[in-house]
Design a protein around this ligand. Structure first.
Ligand code: C5P
Length: 399
């Protein structure tokens, strides 16, 4: 497993503030980054988000009370707080921080914080006056003195209409702070360029040539690289997928735009070219083509630049270049030839005659100078994790 959040257990305490609903998005991002999330909802937190929503997104039982006998029998609160690699309090309210600073144990959240020596990260969100109040600032100083990491809230307009510090930081900033708790990761200091998705080549102002690439595999790889500590530039064709945590995304439409964005992203240490780039573009008509009775228009196609081959033979070639090959027959022979022709170190080859496009599952073989390895059928997320572990060991980092 690469370091970062993959495989980590995070105990997430959701306290009662208007920002509690944003904790739901945080749960999704944490799970997407490979973490297990054990949710705890305070009594007041349950006024803002339902236990059901939190447990459905976390895929775990929500703990809400000290006095839940069944949970206590299964896993006492002390064990619960110690099973985690990190405790995150989001949102951290003025009240919970005051109780934690005072060493109170008057509800499940406060008890967990007192009963553990697991690192704690608090993400405050509250009204600006409450944040600026000397009592709150005193409590934060005490918490920091006790070794708790307390993030600074964002400045801006508050739900109550006031303006100033107190807003919950945005989710990518919280994710970065959480990732930092787990150390730099095996790919820290390296820049990775990833392409993903299809390209659209316009025929006229309303039509285009495209393909069925969903972008899922490339986005999963970009997320896994970021989780392993790399700085990631993701050049994405037209897809409606959320940007993985910690990834810089550049949206493009055509192969030419994708090539320009890739060149602009260099230098990079790693390039993983997953995009299904259209091989041909059409000569674009300036106005919408009309049915005028003279028969269908002829499409004049021109060859697109090969972005992978360009990077593979560039003077600024990244130290490791990985391409993908989607084939419908003679998989290994095509992939091996492609590896050499395009100047790639590795080719991840998959047979797309089996309905891989748009699916969450795939079946790939890794083709290197040493030969081919069959990775068997598995989720695209697992291919991402395994590829990134392989990249980490290539760079000499412990996977
Ligand atoms: O030649 P083919 O399209 O099968 O090669 C697939 C690999 O080459 C993928 O890694 C893809 O991202 C890359 N490619 C590219 N630019 C193109 C065509 C393919 O970067 N114009």
């Amino acid at each position: 497993m690469p370091a970062g959040m993959q495989g980590k257990t995070i105990l997430l305490i959701v306290a009662g503030g208007i920002a509690a609903f944003k904790a739901l998005e945080l749960v999704r991002e944490l799970r997407r980054a490979g973490a297990r999330v054990l949710p705890v909802l305070s009594e007041n937190g349950a006024r803002f988000v339902t236990p059901l929503a939190l447990s459905a997104l976390a895929g775990e039982t929500v703990r809400t009370s000290l006095w839940d006998l069944e949970d206590e029998a299964l896993m006492g609160h002390i064990q619960l707080s110690r099973a985690a690699d990190l405790i995150v309090v989001c949102p951290a309210t003025a009240d919970l921080m005051a109780r934690a600073a005072a060493g109170r144990a008057d509800d499940l959240a406060a008890t967990l914080l007192l009963a553990t020596d697991t690192p704690v990260l608090m993400v405050p969100a509250m009204n600006v006056r409450m944040w600026l109040h000397p009592a709150t600032q005193r409590n934060i100083e005490r918490l920091r003195g006790d070794g708790v990491t307390v993030l600074e809230p964002d400045d801006g307009e508050m739900a109550c209409g006031e303006f100033g510090p107190g807003r919950l930081p945005d989710i990518p900033a919280i994710m970065a702070a959480i990732a930092a708790q787990f150390g730099p990761g095996p790919l820290a200091g390296l820049h990775a360029l990833v392409t993903a998705g299809p390209t659209h080549e316009p025929i006229d102002p309303v039509r285009f040539i495209g393909n069925h690439s969903s972008g899922k595999q490339g986005f999963a790889i970009a997320g896994a690289l970021a989780a392993a500590g790399a700085r990631v530039t993701l050049v994405a064709g037209p897809v409606q997928l959320p940007t993985p945590a910690g990834v810089r995304r550049v949206d493009v439409m055509t192969a030419h735009q994708m090539q320009a964005a890739c060149q602009a992203a260099l230098p990079a240490d790693i390039a993983v070219m997953v995009a299904a780039v259209a091989d041909w573009r059409a000569e674009t008509a300036p106005a919408k083509l009309k049915k005028d009775g003279s028969g269908p228009p002829a499409l004049v196609l021109r060859e697109n630049p090969d972005i992978l081959a360009g990077i593979g033979h560039d003077a600024r070639r990244p130290a490791l270049v990985v391409g993908f090959a989607a084939e419908t027959g003679d998989l290994l022979a095509h992939a091996a030839a492609k590896r050499v022709r395009k100047g790639a170190d590795w080719i991840v080859a998959n047979d797309v005659s089996e309905g891989v496009f748009g699916s969450d599952h795939t079946h790939v073989q890794l083709v290197t100078a040493a030969g081919a390895e069959d990775w068997g059928p598995c989720p695209k997320q697992a291919v991402a994790t395994r590829l990134v572990a392989r990249i980490a060991s290539h760079f000499g980092a412990a996977p």
